[in-house]
Design a binder for this molecule. Structure first.
Ligand SMILES: Cc1cc2nc3c(=O)[nH]c(=O)nc-3n(C[C@H](O)[C@H](O)[C@H](O)COP(=O)(O)OP(=O)(O)OC[C@H]3O[C@@H](n4cnc5c(N)ncnc54)[C@H](O)[C@@H]3O)c2cc1C
Length: 536
């Protein structure tokens, strides 16, 4: 596949064409002025030529100069991932720690040469897919004396499609839309759609154990990985393609979620599916949040496997789906390539009604497979538009602090977990952001044994202190979640951001075993230092 032509934006998600227009930024500033009760001006976007970078510390050997670059734009556009703290620093022109060089290998041979060069010189290596990490996974650690980002953008081909077994072999740097475009003519799909789908890659998904937007059954990319091929400083590791295997610990399981700390994933075989043809969906209102959650539990445990089973609490249904803030909204959706979904949606809606849910029969949308329907109006349609059209650019730098944290917990602990997290978060939000700061929640994924709640917080920041304020709130969020028995992340990965809290969550002996694996694969500790494990 041709290399990506458009440059990534350095201050918002996506590419230059994803950047908000001046008019959109002004409109967002107007809304922020109303919300904050003071005039909010649109901050200027710095020009690349005006941004100061620390001088590069490494010289590129001439044999690598065909695919390793150290110009300012390359270094600058690979300094940060997609977290709001990073986008804000970038908008303010703060680039203290860029990589010294960026490699764009075009072949396995060039990938090997780049890694050998870094290993021989003890340069830190940051594997880079789409750069959408929201956990500081692609930032360069401050403690190293030289760092090279290895961007997989040129390794982006569909290598093989096995239509009999329904699986495809993809190079790691392929972006979501390119992968789906290649599969569409064959009537196939990976059907893995993280919200960052347009800008993220197969390698990034596998390295971070990404979660797609389907709520049940196949949630994480893990479920689709049939085999992996990964380059480490100690050599190549390629696993056997198998539909399943009980042969000891799974080598793929070591690669999945390795976050660039154990090797560079170059290819994966992923399981594919037929494109869905039949669809059905409904939006159900609940006056009581926990009654709605109980409905979700009933549907999940009935194993109907809806594609969507997302409940938004009243605050979130108000801010994201245009409701009045008094009702929770449960969005139920089914899809299938082979089987009409009318019966499933009616069963799920009946369960929701048993728990007090309100929905008119006329509001059930059932697509009998005659053609793609887009009759998703009302609150469900509004929520979907907000989800797909997500972008951080327009509000970046306007003095509003907003972020999310996502976790998972078993149903038996859920109500108490939610109450504890909300109480602790409201205290810290009131203390740090003052009046008007609020927390909302939705479920992104649901399992028969528990939900994956996704909390969002919002409030007015002190301009210039946003990132310090964010850190105080984030520390409390992580402590609240871990203390109450949840996980530091359900699908956003560990990165450098969640590392300290993850250390509290995982068994100590597991941490030591992982460090031993890293020493074997990466004896000089060059791979993404500080992600998953202590550097060095
Ligand atoms: C707007 C937005 C929405 C998001 N929505 C979701 C969502 O719905 N679900 C979800 O799971 N995540 C989501 N994320 C987080 C992020 O998109 C995922 O973590 C994604 O999997 C990262 O893919 P990437 O290609 O951008 O990887 P990058 O950001 O480039 O890298 C992520 C990590 O993986 C490592 N890595 C990347 N490629 C390789 C490779 N080939 N070999 C080894 N290591 C590698 C990097 O070193 C880094 O540690 C979202 C992020 C944004 C900005």
């Amino acid at each position: 596949m041709a290399a990506r032509e458009e440059r990534r934006s350095f201050w918002t998600w996506g590419y230059l064409s994803d950047e908000p227009t001046e008019a959109q930024r002004k409109q967002a500033a107007g809304q922020a002025s109303v919300r904050l009760g003071r005039e909010v001006r649109v901050p200027p976007v710095p020009r690349i030529e005006d941004i100061a970078l620390p001088p590069g510390r490494i010289a590129i050997p001439s044999r690598l100069s065909g695919f390793v670059r150290a110009d300012k734009t390359e270094r600058l556009t690979h300094t940060y991932g997609g977290h709001s703290t990073e986008l804000l620093a970038a908008l303010r022109g703060v680039f203290r720690n860029p990589p010294d060089a960026v490699a764009h290998p075009r072949t396995d041979g060039e990938l090997e040469s780049a890694l050998e060069w870094c290993d021989a010189n003890h340069y830190a290596v940051v594997p880079y897919g789409g750069g959408t990490s929201v956990v500081w996974g692609v930032s360069v650690p401050e403690t190293v004396n030289g760092a090279v980002t290895i961007d997989l953008d040129n390794l982006n081909a569909v290598l093989e499609v096995d239509e009999i077994s329904r699986a495809g072999k993809f190079q790691a740097g392929i972006l979501g839309p390119d992968l789906e475009s290649a599969l569409r003519p064959r009537g196939l799909t990976l059907r893995h759609f993280p919200q960052s789908f347009p800008w993220s890659t197969v390698g990034g998904w596998v390295a971070t154990r990404s979660g797609g937007h389907y709520a049940t059954n196949h949630t994480h990319i893990d479920d689709f990985v049939e085999s992996t091929r990964m380059l480490t400083p100690a050599g190549w590791m390629e696993t056997r393609r198998l539909p399943g295997s009980g042969a000891g610990p799974s080598p793929d399981r070591m690669v999945i979620g390795s976050e660039g700390a154990l090797g560079i994933i170059s290819e994966c075989w992923l399981r594919l599916q037929k494109r869905p043809r039949y669809r059905a969906n409904a939006g159900v209102l609940f006056g009581d949040w926990h009654a709605g959650c109980e409905a979700v539990r009933a549907i999940a445990q009935a194993k109907l496997w809806p594609a969507n089973l997302r409940i938004l609490d009243p605050a979130e249904a108000g801010s994201k789906a245009g409701l009045d803030g008094t009702s929770a909204l449960l969005i139920i959706g089914f899809e299938s390539a082979d089987i009409p979904q009318g019966e499933n949606i009616r069963s799920a809606v009946a369960m929701a009604r048993d728990h007090g849910g309100l929905v008119d029969d006329g509001d059930l949308v059932i697509d009998d497979g005659e053609g793609e329907i887009e009759r998703r109006g009302g609150a469900v349609g509004a929520w979907r538009q907000a989800f797909i059209g997500v972008n951080a650019g327009a509000t970046n730098g306007l003095g509003l602090l907003s972020d999310t944290f996502e976790t998972a917990i078993t149903w038996d602990r859920w109500p108490e977990f939610d109450a504890t997290v909300r109480a602790r978060m409201q205290r810290v939000l009131d203390g740090v952001l003052g009046d008007g700061a609020f927390l909302s929640c939705r479920f992104t994924h649901v399992y028969p044994d528990g939900p994956a709640p996704y909390y969002t917080f919002n409030g007015a920041a002190r301009v210039g202190a946003e990132n310090e304020q964010w850190q105080t709130i984030k520390d409390e969020a992580l402590a609240a979640v871990v203390d109450a028995g949840g996980t530091v992340t359900h699908h956003h990965a560990v990165g450098r951001m969640h590392r300290p809290a993850w250390d509290r969550q995982r068994p100590e002996l597991f941490g030591e075993a992982l460090a031993a694996v890293k020493r074997r694969l990466d004896p000089n500790g060059i791979l993404n230092p500080g992600v998953l494990l202590d550097p060095g």
